[in-house]
Design a protein around this ligand. Structure first.
Ligand code: HEM
Length: 387
């Protein structure tokens, strides 16, 4: 009996060791799986954000080269294919020749010149569709694998809905320039850019939320300040788009004076009636507002740095605040050069690209501050549960 027990224990020692190793491997895999899923979802969101950025830049180039009205129809699926024969090109050209922009701005344009503006608009629309595909296919896969928790699913579905809405807003914007005007409505252009920026913010915020590691501890005032800066950058982007849509950077090309004054008089700022129209239709008022908002943003970004310095005495929150302030400073200077040089394409595009960069810096900074204090890192860990 004794002997049998000893035998069994001698035989089972290596077996138990093997079992323990097996258990450890299994546990490590089980732990690693949600982490891999989270990383995959995060990487996907970063890719979506990058394609959104690229689409915004190509959209800016499309506007700056006055190419946005070259495709006068909205065919979400068939429009993927560009004209493939000489006859099809001629057909597209004739449709463009029928709209007021051709007659007023581009009369006498050659087919080769038309092709250039067509390619800009086609590429912008293709990138818009690409965002849909790059978003939807992996999203469906993650859903199918059960990697996406309820909260994350709701957020991602909201981003997808915003993307679909953006396609419709894009066409609504183009349609505004096809009949009575020779360019698109600045109201609609600004909504289009604002919506793109909101999609970018939501995507980046979620990607950031899925990043491992603790957020940054900070008092409520600093956290609110960081969120406030994100909101102000979004408002400034909206103002910039109204200005760009009005071609308001081609006039009042002096700085710091505007129309010969530091602050224009009310008769000039409120020349149009009713008063609210000046905020969208009076180039002087819109440009003045864009400048004013830049000054406010810059001062608040510096105060945010001072607050982080005094309250936290350094650390990652201060580094984030400094990055936002530096971004706003560079962007402001770029805006001034763009203005005094009368909006050359390269500078105007850099100004638009830098606006998205500043937004990204502000979002990452704000999210890092919120995450820790709200304990949302824990929620984030639960966002992508193991299947
Ligand atoms: C943080 C500050 C700023 C931000 C975030 C910002 C952002 C923007 C954005 C998003 C646009 C629209 C671009 C487009 O739709 O193509 C724009 C246009 C413009 N901004 Fe700014 N801007 C800032 C500061 C300034 C300053 C200080 C000036 C000059 C004093 C300025 C001058 C202009 C001009 C002239 C345009 C029209 C450019 C065009 O027609 O393409 N910006 N800005």
């Amino acid at each position: 009996m004794d002997c049998g027990r000893r035998d069994r224990s001698i035989r089972s020692a290596p077996f138990r060791r093997k079992e323990a190793v097996g258990d450890a491997i299994h546990m490590t895999r089980a732990l690693a799986r949600p982490d891999l899923q989270r990383r995959a979802i995060r990487l996907w969101l970063i890719v979506v954000g990058a394609v959104v950025c690229l689409t915004v830049l190509v959209g800016g180039a499309t506007r700056l080269t006055e190419s946005g009205l070259s495709i006068v129809e909205w065919r979400p699926v068939a429009g993927v294919l560009p004209p493939l024969s000489a006859g099809q090109w001629q057909n597209e050209f004739e449709k463009y020749q029928a709209i007021p922009q051709y007659r007023t701005l581009n009369a006498g344009m050659t087919l080769a010149q038309f092709k250039t503006i067509y390619w800009w608009e086609w590429t912008h629309r293709l990138l818009g569709r690409l965002i849909g595909v790059v978003f939807l296919l992996p999203f469906l896969y993650f859903l199918w694998r059960g990697w996406v928790g309820r909260r994350l699913r709701a957020g991602l579905a909201a981003i997808f809905a915003l993307g679909a809405l953006q396609g419709a807003v894009g066409w609504w914007m183009v349609a505004s320039g096809l009949a009575d005007r020779i360019e698109v409505s600045q109201y609609r252009l600004a909504i289009h850019l604002l919506l793109a920026s909101l999609i970018f913010v939501a995507t980046l915020w979620m990607a950031q939320r899925l990043k491992p590691g603790a957020g940054i501890e900070a008092p409520a005032r600093i956290r609110a300040g960081a969120i406030g800066l994100v909101v102000l950058v979004l408002m400034q982007i909206h103002l910039g788009a109204v200005l760009a849509g009005l071609r308001g950077g081609l006039v009042y090309n002096t700085w710091p004076l505007i129309d010969g004054e530091l602050i224009p008089g009310p008769h000039a700022l409120f020349r149009l009636g009713p008063a609210w129209r000046n905020f969208f239709e009076n180039a002087l008022t819109v440009q003045f507002d864009h400048r004013l908002m830049a000054y406010v943003l810059w001062v608040l970004a510096l105060l945010h740095v001072l607050d982080a310095t005094w309250t936290l005495r350094g650390g990652p929150a201060l580094a984030g605040a400094l990055a936002v302030a530096a971004g706003v400073t560079v962007q402001g200077m770029l805006g001034i050069v763009t203005l005094v040089q009368q909006v050359p394409i390269a500078l105007a595009l850099s100004h638009q690209g830098m606006a998205i960069a500043v937004l990204a810096i502000a979002v990452v900074h704000a999210e890092r501050l919120q995450a820790r204090s709200l304990g949302l890192r824990l929620v984030a860990a639960r966002l992508a549960p193991s299947s």
